[in-house]
Ligand binder design. Sequence first.
Ligand code: AHR
Length: 552
Amino acid sequence: MMQRREFVQKGLAGAGALLFSRWPAFAGESGRAEARIEILPEEQLGTISPNIYGHFAENLSGVIYDGMWVGENSKIPNLHGIRKELVDEMRKIKPAVVRFPGGCFADSYDWKDGVGPADKRPKRTNFWAEGEKPDAPVSHKYDPNRFGTNEFAQFCKLVGAEPYLAANVRSLPAEDFYRWVEYCNSPTGSTTLAEMRAGTGSTEPFNVRYWGIGNESWGCGGNFTAQEYAVEFRRYATWVPEYGQKLSFIASGPNDDNWNWTRGFFEEILRKGKEQLRSIYGIALHYYTWNLSRGATKDWVKGKGDALQFDAVDWYELMREGDVMESLIKGHWQVMAEADPEHSVKLVVDEWGPWYRPGSEATPGDQLEQIPTLRDAVLSGLTLDTFNRHPDKVAMANCAQLINCLNSLYLAHEDKFCVTPVGHVFAVYAAHQGGQGLRTIFSVPNINYDRDGKSATFWGLNGAASLQGKQLVLTVVNPDIKNSRETEITIRGASIQSGSATTLTHSDIHAHNTFEQRNVVTPQTKPLEIKGRVLTYTFPPASVAKLTLALA
Ligand code: AHR
């Protein structure tokens, strides 16, 4: 791998020299740093929706039963049956919205099974039952329905998030969807379902605003074509009772660069007229970073890597694959413009994160569970910054998934619990919520590395900035696993009064937190020394950083 000195010799003569010419205002002010970040407060990108910092909890293996729900009579500290430590941690990250109950599970779920007296609720075969090991907990195979709509609404209330429910389009008629809305939102004493809700402790309506109409409807959600699904969407989203609560419907979208799904969906929607667009709040985009085969295969199983055992190339491969998110956002946005030039419909990236092969579960046997490392924290920072840079396009995003699953913020088993490096990234990045996104120029030499005998490059630093009043937040990812990056940071037209830096990193790129060693990877905050108009900060290797700057 090329070392920093070698880069400076080779790189500065070419691309670097060109990039640095963008720096008329401050070039030469110190002249030392090889990397520069310029923030442009005048060039505002839009308000960063707090919903970009959303979550996803599917009824899948250990996510609900064990992860979130421990039961009211459990010895594990709980609030109405919900794991207390999870609630306490989530309150720290300001979780704007949580999606439930799936994922693929949603299109097999009858919400009526999960309401009414707990001891009368039926047991049903979970959508994910086939993938469970013979010795898996019974609740992972046969859904006891103990955690239903009321419990989820209670959970959201406890953590301070809005609920986002995904409706079943594959196996239930539209009427069931309307009844679910009625159950959740009809006023106290108004309907039989409102009385039923009150009978199990929730007199007040849940006022659920966000409703997904199916999930991955091209696959587990019904194997529809885009056109067939659009017809279903129109039917499900038509004349849904509102009860004074604005309803925002999210259409099922692609999980890659399938522009034809997006185009086909909107073309069919428009066959009934432009006004049909008004019924769509957003179209979903799912994107998992899973193919670490370095271009060798597109096979879903063979292409996956390991969560814990990886080398330098695997690290950069994850970053490269994760970085595709930006082109997917831009690409689908462009296709959406063909039908909706005013962009009344937004993107909802309601599943994202890395997906590795099985074998690294914190609780052996938990399906789709993996232990997030520093690598996943850096990928998560990279992804959140991508959303932060497109606040006009991305209205919501939901990390897959909250606990005991893919890119989990938390791991739990019985009375054991830990916050993963990904959980810490969400805590660090919460400061962007509701901020005004600012255009930010990163003029930074690329990283050069050896990708199995061929030279490869990846960007040196990237990130996002936002402003709230006089507080500016800059988050930066340094994906270079060996080299720190000394960087000059300027804010055009403003000077910095004081500030602090929070970094999340470790000398071992495989570092992760476990039930036994809970604090191996944790963020560290230090005050910044501010001298003059240019702030110089050195981003450590393999790090996620946040600079919080008070402007004069
Ligand atoms: O997050 C796991 C699964 O991935 C979801 O159920 C599905 O929507 C996606 O394919």
